[in-house]
Ligand binder design. Sequence first.
Ligand code: NAD
Length: 496
Amino acid sequence: MTTTTKTLYELPFTGVKEYKMFINNQWVESASGETFDSVNPFTGEVWAKAPKGEKEDIDLAVKAAKAAFETGEWSKVNGAGRAALLRKLGDLIGENAEILAISEVVDNGKLIREMLGQTKSLSGWCYYFAGLADKIHGESIPVDIPNMINYTVREPLGVVGAIIPWNSPLLLTLFKLGPALAAGNTMVIKPSEVTPASLLELAKLIEEAGFPPGVVNIVTGFGHTAGDALAKHPDVRKIAFTGSSATGKLIVKNSAEHFARVSLELGGKSPNIIFEDANLPNAVNGVLAGIFAASGQTCMAGSRVLVQDSIYDEFVKRLVERTSQIRLGNPLDMETEMGTVAFEGQHQKVLKYIEIGKQEGATVLYGGKRPTTPELKNGFFVEPTIFGDVRNDMRIAQEEIFGPVVCIIRFKDEADALEIANDTEFGLAAAVWTIDVQRAHRLASKINAGTVWINNYRKVSYASPFGGFKASGIGRENGMQAVHEYTQIKSIWIDM
Ligand code: NAD
């Protein structure tokens, strides 16, 4: 008997899919009846349409979420009940991992080989936060006032607005949905206008899991209309935002009008620091995974690679050789190792930064162009690009490119590496490659970033807090800390 392994995945339909959005457990069009297109970045063709939700639609969704929180069925569901619903959602995500993965690949050009693994892992977010849903408690406080008992409880906030970027819609939604629902909040989620589909596929599973009406609402639409209305809505008690630092600033200003809490997961320009004593093959792998996964479109991309002088030439030689072997192709093909960037505007932005890098005097050591082979010519591809001779004050080393472009920067010694690593407005992540354990700990404590990896890159878990320093954000996602960020403390006094 022969077994065949599937290598090319396909959408389970032909033609252009017309999605509806999900408000109060109803599948609805936008109030205006208008839609917008989602373009497959591999073919350049429209593959789906989604409702163009605007203020009116956000108002309806927030009203449903508020009613669900205050008086609806959800307001009577306890921690164990919320856990059961989250677990059911986790099961359904596992069973439907393939369609979730395919819809995100066709929306944003990420690799099916990465997305199949990622969508299966999303169940873990549901199970982990289900496990915390009935363990959210306050404390008994020994106050020094006679005859008084004081204790605290942690209560949910109310309606949470989640605003999601295009680079990883499902994962970044689960970062928010898991803790928000575990704590008893309700949600209005606005996906990016570039990638509406995978979250609408997720909404089908939310409905099937049996969440009561209004608990999770998904309104598709643009940032300056639907996103703006959500951030400004007076009944939204928290905005959980992932996206660019520029939009993050606006969100803070707008949510301040009604004192909503914010958590912001923003951009990065993360240093990946390679010392002369590092295991070089491992470090090269870490650099490749750090920058070329998802075509460099990850907030935690290791886009600045700091290499010690003494191993610079050898390291660069190995990196270029490995990069030249990366197979670009159809993101739905399991053999493809790098896909497209997500949309035309991003494609132009990345190519523009490559020109800026050349003008600034950096040397293109590999790549630097749009590939022209027949299979790739319609897609928004950019060759994996390595810039050498980069100075840290160049724009390509300071600004987030969000594409498959890596800057290699030399350093002399540990102090030099630390100075360069911290010389950035961002502070999302960093990695240090060395076998010197004392140096590893010294740098981990001195680098200004929310995550530091030692001899690895890109590890993320639902159990470990993730978030940024400086312009990379405010607040933390994942772990028990995340649940606390979706609660408020009430202090209760009893006169005995
Ligand atoms: P973006 O800021 O352009 O958009 C993010 C979301 O905000 C989208 O849903 C968009 O519609 C919405 N939006 C835009 N303008 C708005 C406004 N005025 N009011 C309310 N909402 C508005 O970001 P993007 O281009 O979609 O995503 C890429 C950025 O996201 C990068 O900077 C990347 O580093 C960052 N990111 C950060 C993390 C993290 O965890 N730190 C993870 C992924 C992506």
